[in-house]
Design a protein around this ligand. Structure first.
Ligand code: SAH
Length: 405
């Protein structure tokens, strides 16, 4: 069965929405086999039981047309706002709250921001829900700090939607396509929500990266952990670690974990997440992953076999050991653009026994795997996971193992 979406073509988010789900999966499977089949068997894609309303995050751009407030997204490839009355993949509760906030903006006669002139106040609405905790955050993005009737607005919103656990005002004065500006003020509640993956909890602030499909994230991480085959003795590297979710899931089954991530805010979140979950054998570094790998590979060559013990203090203040230049298992989860050649060549020099590559970009994955197989690695398993039903995107977990020296 396929479900129709009235704005599918204009919104451009769900290219596959008019195709029955089983067919969508078959299409993705064929595509992955064409791209990755030369590296080995592509396991059947892991789909969702209920492929609708899985997104725990709703974003609406606000606009104005013929005396009415529009709330939706920009038409694909243009700057025309498309009103979204209802979305197939977003969580229903988040949509309801976004619609409630839009109605209140009208009732309070707050002026909606005009992209062209730069006048007006209300720019975006963001709603995020922690599926495991049922905590809900509403972020109102305004063009300036002054928010007339702020307290009454918050009071009215909480009366209509008492399930909201925190409300944040973000100020974005810039002429920019970024949704959030640099400054956030909490208007109600703690200013963040929590969600859980397995038995770990994570703090999600307005700008935190967090996987938007919690059901399939569990499937993805289970696959990645299964591929890693950790026994408790390994030194693990989580490259492109975001808020540290994969490394933290690995920490209980490893000796020590280092997470590397370019975005310092994500690293701050990762550190706090590790402390909140009382994980002592993990530390994080804000650095370009390629640069980090290059340094580690150099120190491995300098020190020979990675026997050197180096002592580090992690964020919880405990001493953890990290052998210089040592890495038994590498998790890598780069953005759609994939890893760099520098990263891959250094990773091969560092010589982990296993590499678990999690990819949201099949083309760059194929490119990167070609280099890995030239450099003493063998592709052992390829497992696509349907993280984004109704869209053309596919996530893939690949296990690589080091060939015998
Ligand atoms: N592993 C995480 C996040 C993956 S998203 C999770 O599952 O939640 C990819 C991450 O790579 C983003 O957080 C992005 O900030 C980070 N990133 C992008 N380029 C990078 C680079 N050159 N070095 C390190 N991290 C990078």
């Amino acid at each position: 069965m396929s479900v129709s979406c009235p704005v599918q073509k204009k919104c451009g988010g769900c290219d596959f929405a008019d195709i029955p789900y089983e067919e969508q999966l078959a299409k993705k499977q064929t595509e992955m086999e064409a791209l990755l089949g030369r590296f080995g068997k592509v396991e059947p894609i892991l789909g969702m039981e209920d492929p609708y309303h899985y997104r725990g995050k709703v974003h609406r751009v606000l606009g104005f047309q013929k005396g009415k407030i529009l709330s939706g997204c920009y038409e694909a490839g243009s700057h025309r706002l498309v009103n979204i009355p209802e979305c197939l993949i977003e969580d229903r509760k988040c949509q309801e709250i976004a619609a409630g906030a839009v109605k209140l903006i009208g009732d309070f006669k707050l002026r909606v921001y005009d992209e062209d002139t730069g006048y007006g106040l209300m720019r975006h609405i963001l709603v995020r829900r922690g599926f495991a905790t049922d905590e809900i955050m509403l972020v109102l993005v305004l063009s300036e700090r002054m928010f007339p009737g702020k307290n009454n607005f918050v009071k009215a919103l909480r009366e209509i939607h008492p399930e909201i656990t925190t409300i944040v005002q973000n100020v974005n004065p810039g002429h920019t396509s970024m949704v959030l500006g640099p400054q956030s003020t909490t208007l109600f509640g703690p200013g963040f929500i929590r969600d859980a993956i397995g038995d770990l909890t994570f703090r999600i602030s307005p700008s935190s990266f967090f996987q938007v499909n919690p059901v399939q994230t569990e499937v993805l991480y289970r696959t990645a952990m299964d591929f890693a085959g950790l026994t408790g003795k390994e030194t693990v590297l989580d490259a492109y670690c975001g808020t540290g979710t994969i490394g933290m899931a690995a920490a209980a089954k490893a000796k020590s974990v280092v997470g590397v991530e370019l975005n310092p805010e994500a690293v701050a979140d990762a550190r706090r997440n590790a402390a909140d979950n009382h994980i002592a054998n993990i530390s994080f570094l804000a650095e370009d992953a390629g640069q980090y790998m290059e340094r580690q590979a150099a120190s491995r060559i300098l020190y020979g076999r990675p026997e050197e013990e180096r002592f580090d203090r992690n964020e919880a203040g405990k001493l953890v050991t990290a052998r210089k230049g040592a890495c038994d298992v590498l998790f890598m989860d780069p953005p759609r653009t994939g890893a760099t050649e520098k990263f891959i060549r250094s990773a091969a020099k560092l010589s982990p026994r296993r590499i678990v590559y999690i990819s949201c970009g099949p083309d760059t994955l194929a490119r990167d795997l070609s280099l890995f197989v030239k450099l003493k690695y063998r592709v052992e398993k390829i497992q696509p996971v349907d993280m984004f039903p109704e869209t053309r995107h596919v996530e893939t977990v690949v296990l690589l193992s080091r060939k015998a020296d």
